[in-house]
Design a protein around this ligand. Structure first.
Ligand code: AMP
Ligand code: GLY
Length: 429
């Protein structure tokens, strides 16, 4: 098979790396890729949202299967375009991608499906949203309806902050058209977990559990980021909770999408808050998580290309993926200033020291080669140092030890990736 991976972050590097191990993979292409992906696949400078140019590329390269990393092309309907052109592509069509494209759509669907989620109200006029603040308790969660690169969720502590948030989203359009509607949602206490499944609309194949670290600083403080690190498995998701998530969240959502005539086929990622022992849906993503993909795929056994092709042919019941009883952990190295402003073009050293190791993989995110061939920073999240070991503690040690080899000016990273999981394991031991 000729496979095209669309995207250029750490998630796409992990996808390319795993797909390449498939016996069925003849050639892997990536658009746009990054300096790490270039080592493993031929890359083309096409933006993931330039659907016409991606289609041209797919035709030129006789692509047998396209795999979409980020949400924006899915929400914009890349699957509908490729399908109409007869090119197999993995992911939900535009109608089903609304599960990520509109928070208001998702909240209504969850209500219909009877899936636990925080109580909420949706508004398309700012004055109505402001009026609804009478009698709200705090903290309160104010969400822009549409895609906002993970930044459209504001947790506010009092009425003043809530009014400012509604104005910023709906009047100042801080997140553009994403703020045409706003969702006001009760704040849930608990522990977060990511639960990702593959589904062809009939069979649901859960991937190993994982946990992300969304805030920029240690101890989960500071602004939200795309994700500063992740590990798999997530001890908070034990066997009982796993079954509950499947029965109370994933199955009803897949069934409701089928019943509505907009079946979901692709990768469904539930962002959950485990509150009082019950899984509540915070959000859905319609793609793999970044950086969750890195540890999940690093420890996965099985043929990813074959599995995704089975999904495409609605034969997912034949797929066999497994996760040995080990663990993997990914620490993201970011540019100083991220998720705000940061500089690019800083030379990265030390990568060659870690090359060729079976238990460590440095997945690239925002990297590129400069004119003189050096690998330099090219984004907020730069590298995901991922370690594989028999358990979480050993992974953590290994990952942080590996990081000591790597350097670039302004490099920042969290020092507490995995600690929550390790503490939970020692508390239950
Ligand atoms: P979302 O994009 O909806 O997942 O929101 C981003 C982050 O905001 C989540 O990962 C949570 O940390 C937080 N969050 C969102 N909704 C809630 C909620 N109802 N209660 C508490 N935290 C929330
Ligand atoms: N790591 C969170 C996400 O991929 O949305």
């Amino acid at each position: 098979m000729n496979i095209l991976v669309i995207g250029g972050g750490g998630r796409e590097h992990a996808l390319v790396w795993k797909l390449k191990q498939s016996d069925a993979a003849k050639a892997i292409f990536c658009a746009p890729g990054n300096a790490g992906i270039q080592e493993e696949a031929e890359c083309f400078p096409v933006s993931p949202t330039d659907i016409p140019d991606l289609l041209t590329l797919a035709r030129e390269k006789a692509i047998d299967m396209a795999v979409v990393g980020p949400e924006a092309p899915l929400v914009a309907g890349i699957v509908d375009t490729f399908t109409a052109a007869g090119i197999p592509i993995i992911g939900p069509d535009r109608a089903a991608a609304r599960l990520e494209g509109s928070k208001a759509f998702t909240k209504e669907l969850l209500r219909e499906a009877g899936v636990p989620t925080a109580p909420f109200e949706t508004f398309d006029a700012p004055e109505k949203a402001l009026k609804a603040l009478n009698g709200k308790s705090y903290p309160l969660v104010v969400k822009a309806d549409g895609l906002a690169a993970g930044k459209g969720v504001l947790i506010v502590r009092d009425r003043g902050e809530a009014e400012a948030a509604i104005r910023a989203i709906m009047l100042d359009k801080a997140f553009g058209e994403a703020g045409n509607r706003v969702v006001l949602e009760a704040f849930l206490e608990g522990e977060e977990a990511s639960f990702i499944v593959l589904t062809d609309g009939e069979t649901i194949l859960p991937l190993a559990s994982s946990q992300d670290h969304k805030r920029i600083h240690d101890g989960d403080v500071g602004p939200n980021t795309g994700g500063m690190g992740a590990y798999s498995p997530a001890p908070v998701v034990d066997a009982v909770l796993h079954d509950r998530i499947m029965k109370e969240v994933i199955e009803p959502v897949v069934e409701t999408m089928n019943r509505r005539g907009t079946p979901f086929r692709g990768i469904l990622y539930a962002g959950l808050m485990i509150s009082d022992g019950t899984p509540h849906v915070l959000e859905f993503n319609v793609r793999m998580g970044d950086p969750e993909t890195q540890p999940i795929l690093f420890r996965m056994e099985g043929d990813l290309a074959e599995t995704l092709l089975l999904l495409h042919h609605r034969q997912l019941h034949k797929a066999v993926l497994s996760w040995p009883s080990n663990a993997a952990l990914c620490v993201v190295l970011a540019s100083g200033g991220y998720p705000g402003n940061y500089e690019k073009g800083k030379v990265i050293t030390g990568l060659e020291e870690l090359a060729g190791r079976k238990d460590i993989k440095v997945f690239h995110a925002g990297t590129k080669r400069n004119e003189s061939g050096a690998i330099v920073t090219n984004g907020g999240r730069v590298l995901g140092v991922t370690a594989l070991a028999p358990d979480l503690s050993a992974c953590r040690e290994k990952a942080y030890q590996a990081i000591e080899a790597i350097h670039f000016e302004g490099m920042v990273y969290r020092k507490d990736i995995g600690l929550k999981g390790i503490q939970r394991l020692s508390a239950s031991a």
